[in-house]
Ligand binder design. Sequence first.
Ligand SMILES: *[C@@H]1O[C@H](CO)[C@@H](O)[C@H](O)[C@H]1NC(C)=O
Ligand SMILES: *[C@@H]1O[C@H](CO)[C@@H](O)[C@H](O)[C@H]1NC(C)=O
Length: 802
Amino acid sequence: MNRQVLLFISLLSLYPVSGQVSYSIPEEMSKGSLVGNIAHDLGLEIKRLVSGKARIYTRNSDEYVELNREKGVLLVRQRMDREALCTETALCALHLQIILENPMEFYSVTVQITDINDNAPTFEKSEMKFKISESANTGAKFVLERAVDLDVGINDLNNYELKPTDHFVLKLHNNADGNKNVEMVLQQPLDREKHELISLVLTAVDGGEPQMSGTMLIVITVLDINDNAPVFTQPTYKATVTENSPKGTVVSTVSASDADQGSNGKITYSITNTLDNVRKIFEVNEKNGEVSLMGDIDFEKSRHFQIHLLASDDGGLTDSCKLIVDVQDINDNTPDINIMSKSTIISENAKLNTVVTMINIEDLDSGENGNVKCFIFENVPFILKTSTTNFYSLVTDSELDRETASEYNITVTCSDEGVPSLSSSVTLTLQISDVNDNAPVFERSSYEAYIVENNTPGLSIFTVKARDADWNQNARVSYILEDSSVNGVPVSSYVSVSADSGVIHAVRSFDYEQIKDFHFRIKAQDGGSPPLSSNVTVKVLIQDQNDNPPQVLYPVQTGGSLVAELVPRSADVGYLVTKVVAVDVDSGQNAWLSYKLQKATDRALFEVGLQNGEIRTIRQVTDKDAVKQRLTVIVEDNGQPSRSATVIVNVAVADSFPEVLSEFTDFTQDKEYNDNLTFYLVLALAVVSFLFITCLVVIISVKIYRWRQSRVMYSSNLPVIPYYPPRYSDTLGTGTGTLQHVYNYEVCRTTDSRKSDCKFSGAGSQNVLIMDPSSTGTMQRIQSERSILDEPDSPLEVSLIM
Ligand SMILES: *[C@@H]1O[C@H](CO)[C@@H](O)[C@H](O)[C@H]1NC(C)=O
Ligand SMILES: *[C@@H]1O[C@H](CO)[C@@H](O)[C@H](O)[C@H]1NC(C)=O
């Protein structure tokens, strides 16, 4: 311990002062520590102190120092704290008097207490709090609390330190009173986002030795300002969504962060697209950034969306990002079939691969969903061909035949390849137009028709019918009689055919006895271009009618002449007298003749063979029987009604010719004939001879005529009917009379066989006998008011008389 002893003399004292002494001791000395050797310093003896009952007198500081009289020293009675005794006074001293008695004297003692550095600087508060906006400018000053150090002098507060010094520096101002103002000055800007709380330690140090310090914590809360914009986690987001997703489907979630606090960091999301319709389709949850659908989403309208999203904090700072939404297709569009061009009619002779219809397919979907294939399921002669994608043509695949199918309903079905697949179809109706590819076909391969002779001209005989499988005009059948000749005569003079109906008419009246059958061809021709035709043979069979009475050939009936059969009286039973010979030009039943005895002089004598016309005796001829026997035989045919002829047979029953003559004189009742019997017989012979020669001439001339006729037929168009000799024109060997046959041919000649209007003139008014002029002994006679050549339509009647 540093001890100082100061001696000085106090002059200012009312009491008798022997001297005064001063000590200097540091504070905080422990009790009993020596302050000073007062006896020595005052020059007093210990005895005096004891005797003088030296004591310390003090008003207030007596407790700090005590006097040890026996040793003559002053001791520290209790700890002295300078700061407590003197506070801030720099000089701190205890003033005390030592009083002695006997004699009473006193000494002033000053105990100066010197400071030791026993007090550290202290702050009133251990912590100081600031709230500083991060926007505070550098240079901003913040006044800090000062520290207090009870010590004085160099032990007093000497300096401050602030740590760390990143943001703030300390600035001290010396005040007039010697104190220092402490400020901290912002030298680096604050960033709440980096350091929200800053702790600084302010240390106050004194100048003592050892140095003491006090600290204070400075807690700075950096107040946020909106200095950070929201930041999206990605600049671009990607999402996919299938089309037709329901409203409310979450597409994606965008997220932005804001480093700021509170409302400065509260992010609101929004969509900023303006020009497109994104805002009608998407919405963003403004709080959590969920982007969801609010409208219909259709791949076929938009495949991508760019959604511009904005994140903004309450302070108005923003960030933007893009959300690219790819729309995924689903198969929601059926293929659309578009007929580009089509024909509704196609000719049945169209070539293979003829394009009928062209089709374009469209499917709005994409990928498999838009891959369309078309098919025809029906079995039709058409196929679909495709050249380029989505274009199809319907072409003919095989021959068409209108007669088999005149119309097709072709259903084209198109399906896409989506799952499930969608399809649509269209039905094309195609008419097949007719081509004249079918000839008319007669119902039968040949026809036979029957007509009874003596028909009225114009009578319809028969109808032929042909059918044509084609259509309309191509199926309109006309019937045409093909040129041919029947017995050298054009068939058109026999029959005509109605072009429309196929009805065959007889042009003339047929005579079975002249012609029994004939045939001709009828052509059926359609109205196509070129026309097609076919033909058929029609055979006409003429049926007999009982139109001819039997003709008695023998015995010849000669008017008044006498012909008789001679029967000898010796004739036996069954003697063949004669035979009645008759013919019937009809045929069949109509020509089946029967003979009956109609009248007889003596019915018991003769009979007539029913079948053969033989006249026989049925009993023995007697002498009583008359010479003259007259039999009337009736010849009947078997027709319905039957026709008949009668013949008178004279029979002379006599043994000699003179007998006959005598008898037959009576027969004739004519004497002159009787007288001239011989003459008549000769005459009869002559007549028979003449007739015979005539017949020969006629036969020869007919032969020649026929030969000529065939030439005339070729050289002229005259409708001349050839002459046919009667079948029974030959004279019988025994014949003595003449046979006369008259054949009438009635010819209708018309310009058009179809009209078949015939005119018939009265019999005999126009008779033409055409004979070969070269033949001898033949008469040629033409009786005609009008020339045949002038009137080609006039009917002709040819009579041939024998
Ligand atoms: C085609 O369709 C039409 C109308 O549906 C129908 O009248 C006609 O009979 C059909 N034709 C064929 C050949 O199926
Ligand atoms: C008639 O038809 C046959 C085949 O049926 C044919 O051969 C002939 O030429 C045809 N005749 C005419 C004159 O057309």
